[in-house]
Design a protein around this ligand. Structure first.
Ligand SMILES: C[S@@+](CC[C@H](N)C(=O)[O-])C[C@H]1O[C@@H](n2cnc3c(N)ncnc32)[C@H](O)[C@@H]1O
Length: 207
């Protein structure tokens, strides 16, 4: 969508967090895969964080520097209200496609955001951003709708991914460490098929 802000602010204004199709009480897969790719607690960036409990869960587990970025200020405000003000928690209101990292991160996390970037130029920009944001040796954890997943979410068309396609998008500077599938159950009881890919940035960029 051209105006992502208007769309997503509308979504978060209309529906409480626990009623959103992507709601989960605990971001268990995310936490497990983040701790797999990042054995040390480096700065984490959660893109399209929404009102997810992930940032708070990371802080509760002793992570010291967590950034949640989303195009919806309302969603991030829900994170702040739930967790409280905390110098370790950084909230960034931005459209990912127009954003540039001002500092590097040890982990990039994305649950259910990449699949909305259906324009090839936006997906390519996403891959550039991961490469700009993540330090050599750093980790990337991406969860997207898999081949059997929904074709639409929140009224928007999505692109479904096979795990290999996520690896190909990020390119040879990243090594796939783990792929998994997960059936997410929405609050209304529908199953949604997700593909998870955990990658590590190679110490030296591949030629
Ligand atoms: C399906 S929700 C997932 C939220 C969260 N990651 C979770 O797992 O609960 C997608 C999120 O991506 C955000 N989003 C969509 N397009 C975006 C963009 N271009 N830039 C930043 N955030 C975006 C939306 O506001 C929304 O919060």
């Amino acid at each position: 969508v051209a105006d992502a802000t208007a769309h997503w602010e509308g979504v978060y204004a209309a529906t409480p967090a626990t009623g959103l199709s992507w709601y989960q009480a605990e971001a268990s897969t995310s936490l497990r895969l983040i701790e797999l790719v990042a054995p040390t607690r480096t700065p984490v960036l959660d893109v399209g964080a929404g009102s997810s409990s992930l940032a708070g869960a990371l802080l509760a587990r002793g992570w010291r520097d967590v950034t949640a970025l989303d195009v919806s200020a309302n969603a991030l405000e829900q994170v702040r209200v739930r967790w409280g003000a905390d110098p370790r928690l950084h909230l960034v209101v931005a459209d990912l496609r127009a954003w540039r990292p001002v500092r590097p991160y040890g982990v990039w996390h994305d649950r259910a955001v990449l699949h909305f970037l259906t324009e090839p130029a936006d997906a390519a920009r996403y891959a550039e951003l991961v490469a700009e944001a993540v330090l050599p040796g750093g980790g990337v954890v991406i969860g997207v709708f898999g081949p059997e997943g929904p074709t639409h979410c929140s009224g928007l068309e999505v692109r479904r991914y096979r795990a290999e396609e996520v690896g190909e998008l990020l390119g040879r500077s990243f090594e796939v460490v783990r792929t998994e599938t997960e059936e997410h159950r929405t609050p209304r009881g529908t199953a949604q098929s997700f593909v998870w890919v955990a990658l590590r940035r190679r110490a030296r960029d591949a030629e």
